[in-house]
Design a protein around this ligand. Structure first.
Ligand code: ADP
Length: 605
């Protein structure tokens, strides 16, 4: 791209979006698209992928189809573009036939240059035939990892997209994803086109997200405790099952939080309503299974908590990636305990997949456990998985407070010995009971009160021994034997520890409520205290406008823009245009209202 083209794009960036400069990667991607080459962009959530295809679509002479997996995502994108004064089309099953026809006509006549479609709509024979008659130059595949079985979120409807190259050999592809390791990237590229792709991978690091792992003991009360510090903020709590979602939501509502439940067991209408509430109301806690989230385009999600272990490290990274898209500090916490680990292993063991797939799944789980158990920088551990090497981050629990590493060899030996003595037939609860000297019926019936290790750890809390067992499982010393209903079994590593050939050192086990306090850095306050009143007034104005227009509040202005307004108090049109996120359309639409509000506020000070 020559300098004049770039200058032209920068002018458009400022005029339409109100942004001063491109973010890393954006220029490169836009240039590749405008040069009519295929591009695969792997960039973290919040990096600004949408703008990379919107801007070329606006300035070029061809039409673009954007394939998106979710209706809600399409609607949000369309709302956002319309708020910027741009006209786009979208056709999906959430609209009636007449509306869809009008949308099609707008696109077919060239009135709109971008059309959003679901993969199944796009690949309908009729649609393909109709599109062949138009000048479609670009197919944008959002959430492109869905096409690959290697990715964390394979969707069969996406497979059909591999036919696009046959139907539209002259059109180009721009594929976007926030999560794709090397194998997934290669798969996406071969499926989508026979031509070359330029792959652009931009740093996965999201330094504004703090990372912590907290041991899971009493999850509900832990959540209630941690949410006390999140008053006024919106976030997501991920649970493993529908039942867990419903119970947690009820509990949190009872505690006075604005909690909403979301899972695939709810009707489409309930889900839509839940998502709308999350997008438009403030301070909402979305309690959900992984059914929620893909394409959720809310930039000010301030926290993402995992009440249970996520599916894989890729899934985890994608899920926490939904927090802090606006670049502001946001918190992520994963709660993790022995039972979760067992549950995950059981799901793989009992799954219907072939042995080699299961093996891969166990390996993936191991990586995730490695992240949970590490005593060093978590971000380093996480990013190394995506082949990115960083210095210690300073914004994870392990960096903020270096954990002590303790020698637990003697305690581990007692656990291993007890498992051996009881014939590797029992689960963790029974082993803990034997070690603590509990006189349960099960222990008496089996004569386990006569064992050498019976009551050899009487003063250790149950949670301590259970954590120790979890560490031994994570370390590979103990295995869960599902053929024996989840009994603990010992491996060669355990034998080595027992025989005194391998020491067993691990992060210090902490017992009690002190663990619930997240140790990661607290959220930085972006707006100075003396400007908080004005910020609240601006937020109220934004909410009124959003309600009137029936759009999410951030479509009017994102938080970041309001923060800048509260700090700099612009009252002239010029000052207003200098605020990030104010382009020409929004200046025209909101200058009067917002500047009057600021002037009135200044007069009363
Ligand atoms: P992604 O699709 O990569 O998750 P989005 O496209 O939703 O990210 O962008 C995240 C936020 O960043 C949006 O509010 C968007 O308007 C904003 N953004 C995009 N590009 C820029 C830029 N060059 N300067 C400032 N903000 C930007």
């Amino acid at each position: 791209m020559n300098k004049t083209d770039l200058d032209y794009l920068k002018i458009k960036l400022k005029k339409i979006y109100g942004y001063e400069k491109f973010r890393p990667g954006q220029e490169d991607i836009i240039e590749t698209i405008l040069e009519k080459k295929n591009v695969l962009a792997v960039m973290p959530t919040g990096a600004g992928k949408s703008l990379c295809y919107q801007l070329p679509a606006i300035v070029s002479d061809f039409s673009s189809i954007v394939v998106s997996p979710l209706l809600a995502l399409m609607d949000d994108q369309v709302d956002g573009l319309e708020a910027l004064g741009l006209s786009v089309s979208s056709i999906h099953s959430g609209k009636d036939r007449e509306t869809n026809i009008v949308e099609w006509k707008k696109f077919a006549s060239g009135h709109t240059k971008i059309m959003y479609l679901s993969p199944e709509r796009l690949m309908q024979e009729r649609m393909i035939k109709a599109l062949k008659k138009l000048n479609v130059g670009l197919f944008v595949i959002d959430e492109a990892h869905c096409i690959s079985k290697w990715g964390p979120d394979f969707r069969p409807q996406y497979s059909e997209l591999s036919q696009l190259k046959k139907h539209f050999p002259n059109a180009n592809i721009a594929a976007f994803t926030a999560t794709a390791d090397k194998a997934t990237r290669e798969d996406i590229v071969t499926q989508l086109s026979d031509k070359d792709f330029k792959t652009i991978v931009k740093g996965f690091d999201r330094p504004n997200l703090s990372l912590s792992v907290i041991e899971k003991i009493d999850i509900k009360s832990s959540l209630a405790t941690i949410l006390q510090s999140k008053k006024g903020q919106s976030g997501i709590i991920y649970c493993l099952s529908r039942n867990e979602v419903d119970k947690t939501t009820l509990f949190l509502k009872d505690k006075g939080f604005n909690a909403i439940a979301y899972h695939a067991g709810k009707s489409t209408q309930d889900r839509k309503q839940a998502q709308n509430r999350f997008m438009t109301e403030t301070a909402t806690v979305m309690v959900a299974t992984i059914a929620f989230g893909m394409g959720v385009d809310k930039p000010d999600i301030r926290f993402v908590f995992h009440a249970s272990l996520p599916g894989s490290i890729e899934a985890f990274y994608q899920e926490i990636g939904r927090a802090g898209r606006d670049g502001e500090p946001s918190e992520t916490v994963m709660f993790y305990g022995l039972q979760d680990l067992i549950k995950r292993q059981r799901m793989i063991f009992e799954g219907e997949e072939k042995a080699d797939f299961k093996f891969l799944e166990y390996k993936r789980l191991e990586t995730l456990i490695g992240y949970c158990e590490t005593a060093s920088c978590r971000r380093k551990a996480l990013l190394s998985h995506f082949d990115e090497d960083i210095d210690e981050c300073g914004n994870c629990d392990n960096c903020v407070e270096k954990p002590l590493v303790v020698d637990y060899t003697s305690e581990a030996k007692l656990v291993i010995q007890t498992i051996k003595l009881t014939g590797q037939f029992f689960g963790a609860t029974h082993i803990v009971d034997v070690l603590r000297g509990s006189e349960t019926a099960k222990i008496k019936d089996r004569g386990h009160d006569k064992l050498e290790t019976f009551c050899s750890m009487p003063h250790f809390p149950k949670t301590f021994i259970s954590s120790l067992i979890r560490l031994l499982v994570a370390f590979g010393a103990l295995k869960i034997d599902f053929a024996k209903y989840g009994a603990l079994a010992i491996s060669d590593i355990a034998n080595k520890i027992y025989e005194g050939n391998t020491p067993f050192e691990a992060k210090k086990i902490v017992v009690g409520q002190e663990k619930v306090k997240s140790k990661a850095l607290t959220v930085r306050e972006e707006v100075k205290i003396e400007n908080q009143d004005l910020l609240q007034i601006l937020k109220n104005l934004r909410l009124d406008l959003a309600t009137e227009k029936k759009v999410p509040a951030y479509v009017i202005f994102p938080d970041k823009t309001l923060h800048q307004m509260a700090n700099t108090k612009p009252t002239t049109r010029e000052d207003f245009l200098n605020i990030s996120g104010v382009g020409e359309k929004k200046l025209e639409e909101y200058f009067k209202l917002f500047s009057k509000t600021i002037t009135d506020f200044l007069a009363t000070e």
